[in-house]
Design a protein around this ligand. Structure first.
Ligand code: HEM
Length: 229
């Protein structure tokens, strides 16, 4: 039987441009951050003064790009995809996680179907919210504090405020690096490995042969009614 394919336009141009700029900036930040933190100053991965300069510039640009994203989430149609409904969330999250960890290797279908109303599966929904609304802000707020160390409280319960800020900055950067590796792996899981890459380039998500039981149940814990753009 011939498979039916439907195209959904889920990634508006501004979001795609934001995403690519954000990805490049994050990669620059990770590379320069790792070089500053771990490489031998005598044989640095990236020359230390260059790494500091690029890291600071990318950090400033990332802050600007983050607020553009936040305005988009608050005031454009993409915001509805980030709304978390708690009802049924735990079950659908566990189902999706089980699929990523086991089901996929047994050739099962994803329990979640992308629709115009619900772009993210429960695992993506939680991960994207945590990364974009917690970890990324922690990274740039602590980054700005380290650019202006005089703003940091000197002593927090006997520990150096600068040391704690820099620790929080490194931990947040570590989480973003781990997210990036998993993110790139997960997006190769589509009908074909390149499908999701095409999606973020052209904006269209292809839905192949939606199963009949496209799962109101599994999609619970996610977005509700679309609001106007
Ligand atoms: C080389 C690096 C990257 C590649 C190839 C990549 C690829 C993709 C692809 C294909 C999608 C669409 C599929 C989906 O929604 O899951 C996507 C969405 C997304 N990516 Fe990435 N990504 C990269 C880096 C990043 C980084 C560094 C972040 C944030 C720290 C990020 C955050 C997101 C978010 C929040 C979305 C959902 C956007 C939305 O639809 O609202 N990505 N990415």
């Amino acid at each position: 039987m011939k498979s039916k394919t439907k195209k959904l336009y889920l990634y508006p141009l501004w979001l795609r441009i934001w995403h690519h700029v954000n990805a490049v900036l994050m990669i620059v930040l990770i590379a320069t951050g790792l070089s500053m933190q771990y490489s031998n100053p005598d044989y640095p991965l990236i020359r230390f003064d260059l790494a500091v300069g690029w890291h600071n510039i990318a950090g400033v640009l990332l802050t600007i790009s983050y607020f553009i994203f936040l305005l988009g989430v608050l005031f454009s149609s993409i915001g509805r995809y980030y709304v978390v409904k708690t009802e049924g969330l735990l079950t659908s999250f566990a189902k999706q996680l089980r699929y990523y960890l086991f089901g996929i290797f047994k050739g099962e279908r994803s329990p979640f179907q992308v629709t115009e109303k619900q772009k993210f599966n429960p695992v993506q929904l939680i991960t994207y919210n945590v990364i974009m609304h917690a970890i990324t802000p922690i990274t740039f707020i602590t980054g700005w504090a380290l650019i202006y160390p005089e703003t940091i409280v000197l002593n927090v319960f006997g520990y150096s405020g600068i040391m704690l800020t820099s620790l929080a900055h490194s931990i947040a950067g570590f989480f973003i690096s781990i997210f990036l590796i998993i993110h790139i792996y997960v997006i190769t899981i589509g009908a074909r490995p390149a499908d999701n890459f095409k999606t973020i380039i052209y904006g269209y998500h292809e839905v192949h042969d939606p199963p009949k039981d496209t799962d109101e149940k599994n999609n619970k814990g996610q977005t509700e009614k679309p609001k106007n753009s």
